[in-house]
Design a protein around this ligand. Structure first.
Ligand SMILES: Cc1cc2nc3c(=O)[nH]c(=O)nc-3n(C[C@H](O)[C@H](O)[C@H](O)COP(=O)(O)O)c2cc1C
Length: 197
C-alpha cells in the first residue's frame, strides 16, 4: 500500500453558474477528501479552456500548468450535464486536449440528466477506451429537482450511490494507480510499456 494519497481530479463540465453538476461534484470532492483522497477541482466555468485547436492548444497560456494537473491525477471524476443525449461541449473540449495523460488511469463519471444519462455515460466510456483509460463498471446519473434541490442532495438513492462511488474510486483508483506505476517502472510487455520514459 502506497502512503501517498490517491490524487483525484474532479472536472465540472457545466458552464452554468448555478449548475447541479457542480453542486454534486463539490459535495463528492468533500467526501473523497474525508476518505483520504487529495482532490483537485477543475471547474471549466471558472477556468475556461479555449476551443481545442491542435495548432495552438499546446502553446496556449496556462496549458503547461493544466497538463501538470492532469499528469498528477490518478483518477478523473468527470461530471457533465446531458445535452441532447451527449456530453457537454465544455467536457468534450477538455477531453480533446489530452490522451497520453489518461492512459492506465480511472475515469469515474457523473451525469446530470432527466433520462438516466446512459448515452452520455457511454460517450465518456468511449473516450476512456480510445485513450487507454479504465472506467468504473457503472456511472452515476441524477436528475435535478428529483435528486438535487437548491444545491442539496435530497434523494436517498443518490446518497447511497455516491457512497458506493466514493468507496470504489478510492479502492479501484488505488489499485490501478499502483499497477500503473509498477508497469511504468517495469519491463514486462503490456499496454503501458509504450508510455515508459
Ligand atoms: C442544450 C441542452 C440540451 C439538453 N438535453 C437534454 C437531454 O437530451 N436529456 C436530458 O435529460 N436533459 C437534457 N438537458 C437538461 C440538462 O441535462 C439538465 O438540466 C441538467 O441538470 C443540467 O445540468 P447543469 O445544471 O449541471 O448544467 C439539456 C439541457 C440543455 C441546456
Amino acid at each position: 500500500m502506497s502512503d501517498q494519497p490517491l490524487q483525484v481530479l474532479a472536472v465540472v463540465g457545466s458552464l452554468n453558474p448555478t449548475s447541479v453538476t457542480r453542486s454534486v461534484l463539490l459535495q463528492l470532492a468533500e467526501r473523497l477528501r474525508a476518505d483520504g483522497c487529495s482532490v483537485d477541482l477543475l471547474d471549466l466555468e471558472k477556468e475556461p479552456l479555449p476551443l481545442y485547436n491542435p495548432d495552438t492548444a499546446y502553446d496556449a497560456p496556462g496549458f503547461d500548468a493544466l497538463q501538470s494537473r492532469i499528469d498528477r491525477a490518478d483518477v478523473y471524476v468527470l461530471g457533465t450535464p446531458d445535452y441532447h443525449g451527449s456530453i457537454s461541449s465544455a467536457m468534450k473540449n477538455f477531453l480533446d486536449h489530452f490522451w497520453r495523460e489518461f492512459a492506465g488511469k480511472l475515469f469515474a463519471t457523473i451525469v446530470a440528466s432527466h433520462e438516466k444519462g446512459l448515452t452520455v455515460t457511454d460517450q465518456l466510456r468511449t473516450v476512456a477506451r480510445q485513450c487507454y483509460a479504465w472506467t468504473l463498471p457503472y456511472g452515476v446519473a441524477f436528475a435535478d429537482e428529483e435528486d438535487v434541490r437548491d444545491g442539496q442532495i435530497v434523494s436517498h438513492a443518490l446518497k447511497k450511490r455516491l457512497e458506493m462511488f466514493v468507496r470504489d474510486v478510492r479502492v479501484y483508483g488505488g489499485l490501478l494507480a499502483r499497477q500503473r506505476r509498477a508497469d511504468l517502472g517495469g519491463a514486462e510487455p503490456g499496454f503501458m510499456a509504450r508510455h515508459r520514459k
